[in-house]
Structure formats: C-alpha cells, structure tokens
Design a protein around this ligand. Structure first.
Ligand code: BES
Ligand code: ZN
Length: 863
C-alpha cells in the first residue's frame, strides 16, 4: 500500500500500557513512566519506534536491557530506541513473543491546551490564581503526555496511576482500584481500561467538587472547580438519560463503570469524548437554565449528547485511520440531533438542522478548496485540519439522508449490528455500508461511496418544457466558475419530488434526465422534499415566483431550503439576487416559523456581509429592506420576552427582535438602549432571551466609550457564562477606532483567554473598520499567535478564518496570499485556501449584482 501515511514501523504491537504521572505545579513539568507490553512481530529488529514529542527521556529499557541510543525526531514526532543486537530476539524467545518497554521521562505541563497541560483559573472563594492539570490528546497529542504508539488502530488496555497531593482529586478514564495517602502524596491506581485508542486516554489532577446523578445504571458526575458544581446538575441529569437512551437504541451497554464529565477552565474545542472522563469547556457544560438564553441551553444539550454518542461511536468502535474521522464526528453529530429530538420534540431540531449543519456543510463544500469526506491525511498537520464542517456537517447530513431513505428501524438496526461486530476494534465506512445494505436490501454502498469519496455536491437545474422537466446535475461552486475538470462526478441524487399527491422518488444518477409532470396537481412541485438530500435546486425565474406563492404547500424544511438555495444560487450567479429578495418579500406576512425566519436572517446577513465594503446609502437601504420584513411582525407579536411563552414563540420573538435590532429598527434599538441603561444603572434585569441582542445593539447603535466600559466590566464580572460571552463578543462590535484598538489589546494581554480569542474577533469581523484593523493586527502579531495557539489547533484554524474571510475584494486576496507566502502555513493551509475562495465568491457576487440590488432598493424607495 502506498498510502503515504507517516506511521510507525510494525515490528512490535502494543498490548497493554501501565502509565504513571506526577505533575509539578511549581515547575510546570511532570514526571512520567510508560511501561508498555508489546507483542513482537519481528524479533530480528532491535529498534523500537514510538511517537513522542517534547519529552525528555531519563531511562529506557527493554526487558531490563538499557537502550544504546535514543533518537528523537522533532519534525516527525517519533523517537527511535536502539537496543544491543539480539535483545529483542532473546526476549521474544524467553517470553512467548512478548516484551516490556519501560520509559522514564519528564514532560512539560504546558499552557497550550494540548497533551498534559495546565489550565489557569481564579479560585471563586479566595480570588487566588490557581492551576489544574488535565489532558487533551486528540488528535495527535497523547505523544506529548507519554511516549506511545499514537495511532487510532493500535488499541491497547491502559492502567493508570496518578500521584498528587492530598487536597487534590485524581481522575482518569476508569474508576479507582485503590487510593492511598503516603508521605504527603495522594497515589491513585485506576482499574484497567477496555481496549482503546491512545487519543482517548485522559487524566486530571485538580481541586474539584462534583454533583452526581444516579438515575442511570452507573453514576454520572459533573465536576468543576469548587463553587460552581451546582451548575452541573442540568448536564448530570441529561447525561444519565442520554446514556440510557443510547443503550436502549443500540442495544449495547455502556461498558465503563462510571461517567465523569469535567468543566475545564481552559479548553481548546467545545468538549472531548475521552472514554469515561469527558472534558468540556466551562460554558458548554455548566448551566443555569433559568438565566440562560435558549441558544446556550440548546448548545449544552448538543455538546453533552454529542460527546456521549462518541462513547459508542468512536470509543467502542473507532475509525481505522484518521481519514475516516467523519465516522466519529459525523455520527456523533447526527446522533446528538437524533437524541435531542427524542428528548425535546417541541424544539423541532430536525427543522433547525437544515439552517444549521446542512448550510454549514454546503457552504464549505461549495468551495473549490473543499475536500472529500474520506480524505488521505498523512501527518499531524493534515489530520488536525479535517475536524471541519466536512467531517461533522456533511458527514451528518449524509447520514440524515440515508436515515430517511432506509427508514428509522432499518437504519438503527444496521448501525447496531455494525457496532456489535466491531466493538473494541476499528472499522471503515465500507463495513457500515455492508451492514446497512444487509438489513435494508438496498445498495447503500455504491450510493454512499460516491458521496464520501468525491468532493462537492451538485446543483440540479430544472428546465420546464410543457409537461416535461429536464433535470441536469453539475458540481456546484459558490465562485460560479465551474470548469470541465471540476465537473466530472455524477452523484446519485435522490430527487424526492414533492407534489400535491405526495413525494415521488426519483433518483438522478446520470448527468440529465426527463420527468413527466403532466399529472402534477395545482402546478406544484418542489425537488428535495424536506431538504433530505445534499444538493441545491435551480429553477427558472417563473418557477421561483410560483413557489413563492405556494407557501402553504411547503413544509418548514422546504421553506428553509428554498430561502437558503435561492440565496446560494444568487451569490454564485445561477440566478439574480432579486429572486432571493422577492421570495423573502413574498413570505414576510405568511411566515410564522422561527426556523424559516432564522434562515431569512442568516441568508440576508450573508448578502450584507458581501456588501460590507459598499457605500453607506446602499447598506442603509439593505437595512431598511430587512427591517421592512420584520417590523410589522414583531409589533404584532408584542415586546414581552419571557420564558412563559412556548419554545417556538420564544424563538420567533428572539429572532425577530435580533433582526430588528441589527437592521436598526428605531423602536427595537431604543428599547434595547433603555433596557441596557436600566440594567447598567439600576440593575434591572434584561430578559435573558434577548440579552445577547441587546449587548450587540449597544455596540452598534450606542457605541460610546462609557458603554464600552460598562460592557467590559460585565465581561469581567459576569452574572453567568452566557452573559460573559455575549459581552465579550459585543466589545468587538464597537467601531470607534480607539475602541477597536482597545479590543485588540485585550486579545494577547491575558484579559481574554486563548480559548475565547475568536469571540471578540467575530465581533470585529462584523464591520469594515474591524475587518481591516483585525487583519493588520493579525499580521503584526502572527508569530506570537502561532506560538501561543499552536499550528493545527482548532483555535488557530478559526483565527485564520476569522481574520481573513471578512474581506470582499480581489486586492485583499493578493495581500493575504502575499503575507502567508512568507510564513510556514503547515497546520492551517486549508483555512487560508478556503478563505480565499470565500472572498472570491463575495467579490464576484457584488460585481455581478450590485447594480440590480441598487435598482431594486430604489424601486422600493429604500435609498
Ligand atoms: N472529538 C471532538 C473534540 C476535538 C475537536 C478534538 C477538534 C480534536 C480536535 C469532540 O467530540 C467534538 O466534536 N466537539 C465539538 C462539539 C460539538 C460538535 C457539539 C466541539 O468541540 O465543538
Ligand atoms: Zn465529536
């Protein structure tokens, strides 16, 4: 196989690890021992090679024989131990083909949220600055914590020992075997784990408190630093019921004796599914449901269910290699929505899925620089970059597609058979398709192979000629500049044509096909019923007009899909932006679904983002248009935002209010300002549902230094996490040049945690002054940023995107390319390429449609 992967030699295979760690909180180092039992596959080789990075070796022995040489390679992150000739052979002979490698080492308890690292926090009682020690191994940082065979299919059992001090708690994947305090040290031995991958190993040494829920077969605890543990109740209960739900659904037990979930004060992603010891960023697990926005409650629910889904998908059955990462992340994403729908049917999350993951996936996959779901990745720099919308959102969108195709029972049965066959082992997607084919009798494999192995997705063009449709597929690119070499794939497209008589199943597997519509009632048809498929549909202008008048025949998903598709088509030149504007204008009085309104707001905001460097009169006109869509509606619904409304009404009011504020509706803006004044001066509460919108409005419509100071002090002294993050984002939304500089200065001086650095940046990206200042600042601070956040970390990838993708001109691309040609971009080169494609799509859109948009606005007397 010439897969070109940078993998370890196969002369030995790990079977069992005994690991010991003792962190030193003064020197920020840790002492460690790896004792790994190996199966010897080739006794003639006297070299053993493992992964290790930033580790200092004290002694290395193979069955008692010291290594002759230790050769660590920084670049490839491996270490080679050479033993005297014949060492391995004689060991293999006397130990039944096995041997034990013992490595005593020292590592760095770093502050980069990777490997075994330190997280800083403030003690909520004494105000002291403290540290805890915790791990983040995925994707390839277990090698920073201990020398190991750091590949997902080299599963082994783990027996971990932690040494700390009596006032601290030691936690790991497994429950405690025995614990003692001896000579002022707390020594904890944990039970042996099941066979698992190195990236799932976890351990924590910290001052911790917990709450426990016992409604599930095994205890579910939520740990936090002392003083916040009561905020863990929500997730502990949710965790217990979610574990039970997955056990019942898949008929496979959660195999560990406990589930600990820990709120970690500095954390690089949202959460990490370590088996039996799931770690989270604080805001994504601790929750005061009473005082949090709906978005926050839904986010915590999603994250918890996602990580618990991984306990089966990823932990019990693991992808064979990182190129199949989507099996982990796509599945966990799909399962979190599936279980959320089960717990909260009133949230109608599958409707929301269409505005959320489906759009996110298509937006990345419509760039020339996208990649297939299954993509060859050879080393850490490449592996880290595929934790993106393709693996998560396109992966889960395709699962949603085949779930609908096969039906719930069949799908779940096939998945459950797959899990049983591969438990404690590794698998590729082929095995899953085989199981799904077996239970359904359908050829799942040939359909899914195209979707997972080819990049992109099609636009299906529908041409009408009397009673015949001609449907044609071509690869869709948001830059609208498709070339023959981009357009070679024929996707198996489930057209699912919705008509007045139900849904007609038509599969388009060829380039083009004809469909007879002579029996279609009421001149109504719409492709992609409920947006179950992964494609967009381009209709004629007349058909867009007709669909715009058939609101009553369309489901929420259909309406969301039409709004999203027509915007995407306008932005890439398949249709004019006027079709988009007409459609939303037509629906403004008819539409009651908050989900559709969210899509309207998102799509319109995409247009405004592309027009951000245009002149103010056009931008004001766009705001007036948007405001015209929502103002009557919000006045009719009323201005009370309390939690006694049902979920859908709360969401609708929040969406409309936020849109009214962002489009500078005078009444919404003045009420936001009044609420903020009363909050700041008299501590009269702002309704939690709209607090984020109120803070943003202050920044954009009342952006004085005094208000900046007030929001800054809310950030430093927040009532809860939700408020803290809303305030932080709003700081970036002030566009006064001095305040922009103030926000930038907080990014690196410790005011903003590394994990949160993108939050104010996202605020800055929302206005042109911010976009320019942010990029200038990023260029000046680049080396420091990379050092601090690490190439390949999720945070740095996001920083690259946020700092560059706000631009909208060809010249800006030249500047971006020029800057990055002078630095090493390994670990984030995909983000750069994608940002450039995004900018290209925007300037082409504006170039094409700015006159038409201007005329439209002036015809509507909005200029
Ligand atoms: N396995 C990931 C965490 C991760 C992300 C590790 C990137 C290494 C690199 C975890 O399961 C995850 O996907 N977390 C998401 C949660 C979300 C999709 C609900 C996150 O961090 O945002
Ligand atoms: Zn995940």
């Amino acid at each position: 196989m010439s897969l070109n992967r940078e993998v370890l030699p196969t002369n030995v295979t790990p079977l069992h690890y005994e690991l010991q760690f003792e962190p030193d909180f003064k020197r920020f180092t840790f002492d460690g021992v790896t004792r790994v039992s190996l199966r010897i596959n080739d006794a003639a080789v006297d070299t053993i090679t493992l992964n290790a990075f930033e580790i200092e070796f004290e002694s290395v022995k193979f069955n008692g024989v010291a290594a002759l040489s230790i050769d660590a390679n920084e670049k490839s992150q491996v270490v080679e131990f050479k033993f005297p000739k014949g060492t391995v052979l004689s060991c293999a002979a006397s130990n039944g083909g096995k041997g034990v490698l013992e490595i005593v080492f020292r590592g760095i308890l770093n502050d980069q949220m990777a490997g075994f690292y330190r997280a800083k926090y403030t003690d909520s009682v004494t105000g002291e600055t403290k540290y805890l020690a915790t791990t983040q191994m995925e994707a390839t940082d277990a090698r920073k914590a201990f020398p190991c065979f750091d590949e997902p299919n080299l599963k082994a059992t783990f027996e971990i020992t932690l040494i700390s001090t009596p006032e601290l708690t030691n936690l790991s994947n497994m429950d405690v075997h025995d614990e003692r305090v001896e000579n002022g040290k707390r020594i904890t031995n944990f039970n042996v784990s099941p066979k698992m991958s190195t990236y799932l190993v976890a351990f924590i040494v910290a001052e911790l408190k917990y709450v426990e829920n016992t409604e599930f077969r095994v205890p579910v605890r939520v740990y936090s630093t002392p003083g916040q543990e009561h905020l863990g109740q929500f997730s502990a209960k949710l965790g217990a019921s979610t574990l039970k739900f997955f056990e019942d659904t898949f008929q496979i037990q959660y195999p560990l004796p406990k589930m600990d979930m820990v709120a970690v004060p500095e954390f690089s992603s949202g959460a990490m599914e370590n088996w039996g010891l799931v770690t989270y960023r604080v805001a994504d697990i601790l929750l005061d449901a009473e005082s949090s926005s709906l978005g926050r409650i839904q986010r915590v629910t999603e994250v918890v269910q996602h990580e618990l889904a991984h306990q089966w998908f990823g932990n019990l059955v693991t992808m064979d290699w990182w190129e199949s990462l989507w099996l982990n992340e796509g599945f966990a994403t799909w399962m979190s929505w599936y279980s959320c729908n089960n717990f909260h049917p009133d949230w109608k999350v599958w409707e929301q899925y269409v505005t959320d993951n489906l759009q996110r996936a298509m937006s990345l996959d419509s760039l020339r620089s996208s990649h297939p779901i299954v993509v060859p990745v050879k080393n850490a720099d490449e592996i880290n970059q595929i934790f993106d919308a393709i693996s998560y959102s396109k992966g889960s969108s395709l699962l949603r597609m085949i779930f609908k195709w096969l039906g719930e029972d069949v799908f779940i049965k096939g998945v459950s058979n797959y899990l049983s066959e591969f438990k404690y082992a590794n698998a590729k997607a082929e095995a899953l398709w085989d199981h799904l084919s077996a239970v359904s009798g359908k050829d799942v494999k040939s359909v899914m192979n195209v979707w997972t192995e080819q990049v992109g997705f099609p636009v299906v063009t529908v041409e009408e000629n009397n009673n015949t449709l001609t449907v044609t597929q071509n690869r869709f690119l948001s830059t609208g500049d498709i070339k023959p070499e981009d357009d070679k794939v024929l996707y198996p497209v489930f057209l699912s044509m919705k008509t007045g008589d139900g849904v007609k199943d038509v599969t388009l597997a060829e380039r083009s096909q004809k469909i007879d519509i002579s029996n279609v009632k009421d001149n109504f048809f719409k492709m992609n019923a409920d947006q179950a498929g992964f494609f967009i549909t381009s209709y004629s202008n007349e058909r867009w007009d007709t669909l715009g008048k058939q609101h009553h025949l369309l489901s929420v998903e259909d309406r969301v899909g039409l709004v999203a598709d027509v915007k995407t088509l306008s932005s890439s030149g398949y249709t004019s932006s006027i079709s988009f504007l007409n459609l939303v204008e037509n629906w403004k009085d008819l539409e009651d679904s908050f989900v559709v309104w969210q899509q309207i707001a998102n799509s319109f905001s995409a247009l405004q983002t592309a027009w951000i460097f245009e002149n103010d009169s056009i931008k004001n006109g766009l705001n007036k248009f948007l405001n015209g869509l929502v103002s009557d509606k919000i006045n009719a619904l009323g201005w009370d935002f309390d939690k006694s409304d049902d979920y859908a009404l709360q969401q609708l009011k929040v969406t409309l209010f936020s849109t009214a504020c962002s489009s500078k509706d005078p009444k919404a803006v003045s009420s936001a300002i009044r609420m903020f004044e009363e909050y700041a001066s008299k501590n009269i509460a702002i309704p939690v549902l709209i607090k984020p919108a109120v803070f943003s409005t202050i920044a954009t419509s009342a952006g004085t230094v005094e208000n900046y100071d007030r929001l800054f002090s809310i950030y430093q002294n927040p009532a809860n996490m939700d408020e803290k993050l809303a305030a932080l984002k709003s700081l970036g939304q002030f566009n006064d040049p001095q305040l922009i500089q103030r926000t930038l200065s907080y990014l690196l001086d410790g005011t903003v945690l590394n994990q949160d650095i993108c939050t104010p940046m996202v605020g800055l990206r929302s206005h042109k002054e911010g976009i320019e200042a942010l990029w200038k600042w990023a260029k000046e601070n680049w080396t420091g940023l990379v050092k601090r956040l690490l190439a390949g970390s999720p945070v740095l990838g996001h920083v690259v995107t946020v700092c560059t993708s706000g631009f909208t001109s060809e010249e800006s691309i030249a500047g971006i390319k020029d800057f990055f040609s002078q630095v090493d971009t390994n670990g984030y080169n995909n983000n750069i390429a994608q940002a450039i494609d995004t900018i290209t799509a925007k300037y082409r859109w504006v170039t094409r449609d700015s006159i038409a948009v201007k005329e439209y606005l002036s015809e509507h007397r909005l200029l």
